[in-house]
Design a protein around this ligand. Structure first.
Ligand code: FES
Length: 494
């Protein structure tokens, strides 16, 4: 399903598909905001090629909230406790600088992307939540005096809530911004190719050969900006992250909306902002996350729609979509060298759902590394860090279903046959003592796949609400007929 942002720019120019071999200094894999921001900086002084498997900004960058903020939920108390005050201060500073930097790119390059300054709030209306908000405020005061305010009323139509407020944050249309960056890259003589899926990366002497089917790009340096790195070894990022899916919808609520951008502290976490759509105010709500691949028993779209219509009874839902994000185990993104064992490949991943400021931070760190310049935030986000994981909950979260999936895939043969699959549903059934993934369309058409993930071989689960095969191990998604949709799986199902 197209997001509101993608739909608003669907008539934008198409970039060509790669049709010949190319030599370049830098090859960036991934045409989302991280790839485009990195390309924007680097193309000023280098020759750059960007390869996008689909359309630019079609994936995570076109499906997010469009909130540009250093207020990453309730994060700073956690960060001080896990990494110390100086670390938390630098993290905040890096994100604040990124807001300013994005604003100055938009102004300097005259990018029309509906950029507006806006205040950001994390709110709660439970006693426990409000106490946590007070504690978070105290923590932030320790690293930047006056940065935030405690407020005891907010404009959202919910029972009385309190919130922590960050002033001078911003919002925009991320896809319009992406096309603006792409335009600058082309003006700098950079090259962008769409529908050009990388199928292999090989080291050849001191260069890299990037294969897009039969074509090859020879590059001195490579940037992996694919949300989830698609090279497994030696980076081992699949052991350091998991993926989470959120539901999103845009609604015409047919009444006045609020000022500010909001995210709830209490479960379920839901984010709200407004969109000015040619003079009409619309509501964007995103939430009801789940770990990708974990069986869903309730439809997240319905839950989100219930929340929206409870707040705005006349709301008409105009768009809905899901978005996937990578969650790092210590909640800090991995940015920098892909591995100490593989030089001249750079990575940016594990953005923990705060990818807009982080895409700019990542672009600056990688640009500085490639150009041999110092970056004061490099150590904060160091991708090759080996510190023990302090966030035990996230480790458990990652390991649980991986173990279950591997055990299931080895030993259990389903009892059901194809005949028992209902119309509009998918499941794994037994055919001649083999496991077969079956989806039966509403009209009874049958699609079969081998229900084994093409990333590292875990057994897939069928999400009956989204009609996708999902992997519990690292969150790849495939369409009901087996097309690879979301990385790290890049090959279609058999
Ligand atoms: Fe890694 Fe499926 S995503 S095995």
């Amino acid at each position: 399903m197209n997001s509101f942002w993608n739909e608003s720019e669907k008539n934008k120019i198409n970039f060509p598909k790669i049709k010949n071999n190319i030599e370049t200094s830098i090859c960036i894999i991934g045409g989302g905001l991280t790839g485009l921001s990195t390309g924007y900086y680097l193309s000023k002084e280098n020759d750059v090629v960007i390869l996008e498997k689909d359309k630019i900004c079609a994936s995570t960058s076109g499906k997010n909230t469009g909130k540009i903020t250093s207020q990453h939920g309730m994060f700073y108390k956690y960060l001080i406790e896990s990494n110390g005050k100086d670390f938390a201060k630098k993290y905040l500073e890096a994100n604040e600088n990124a807001i300013d930097e994005i604003e100055s790119i938009i102004k300097n390059e005259k990018i029309e992307c509906d950029f507006e300054k806006e205040n950001a709030y994390v709110f709660s209306n439970t006693e426990n939540g409000i106490n946590q908000i007070r504690d978070e405020k105290k923590a932030i005061e320790k690293i930047k005096k006056g940065k935030c305010k405690f407020v005891d009323n907010i404009e959202l139509p919910i029972p009385k809530a309190s919130a922590i407020k960050f002033e001078n944050q911003a919002k925009f249309n991320p896809v319009k911004y992406g096309y603006g960056l792409a335009n600058c890259i082309i003006n700098n003589n950079g090259k962008i190719f769409e529908n050009s899926k990388v199928t292999d990366i090989n080291k050849i002497e001191n260069k890299y050969e990037i294969c897009v089917n039969e074509y090859k790009i020879i590059a001195d340096k490579v940037v992996l900006a694919t949300r989830y790195p698609t090279i497994n070894i030696p980076g081992y990022y699949f052991m350091k992250m998991y993926q989470s899916t959120s539901y999103a919808m845009v609604a015409d609520v047919k009444e006045d909306l609020f000022n500010g951008m909001y995210i709830s502290l209490d479960m379920p976490i839901i984010s709200f902002r407004t969109i000015n759509d040619n003079g009409k105010q619309l509501l964007l709500a995103v939430g009801y996350d789940y770990k990708t691949g974990v069986e869903q028993t309730v439809n997240g779209y319905s839950k989100l729609e219930d929340t929206v219509t409870k707040m705005y009874p006349k709301a008409e839902i105009l768009y809905k979509w899901t978005a996937e994000d990578c969650i790092s185990l210590d909640k800090i993104p991995y940015i920098g060298e892909y591995s100490n064992l593989m030089k001249n490949i750079y990575v940016a991943t594990g953005f923990n759902k705060w990818g807009l400021t982080t895409s700019n931070i990542a672009a600056n760190i990688i640009k500085d590394k490639i150009q041999g310049e110092e970056n004061e935030y490099e150590e904060i986000f160091k991708s090759t860090r080996l510190e023990p994981i302090k966030n035990k909950d996230e480790v458990k979260n990652m390991l649980k279903e991986v173990k279950e999936s591997i055990i299931l895939s080895k030993f259990k043969l389903p009892k059901e046959s194809i005949d028992e699959v209902e119309k509009g549903q998918g499941k794994i059934v037994q055919v001649n003592n083999n496991k077969v993934g079956v989806y039966k369309s509403e009209t009874g058409e049958i699609f079969t796949v081998k229900p084994v993930c093409t990333h590292l071989g875990c057994e897939l689960y069928f999400n009956n609400y989204d009609k996708t095969w999902e992997c519990p191990c690292h969150g790849s998604k495939f369409s009901y007929d087996g097309k690879a949709l979301e990385v790290p799986g890049i090959k279609d199902l058999e």
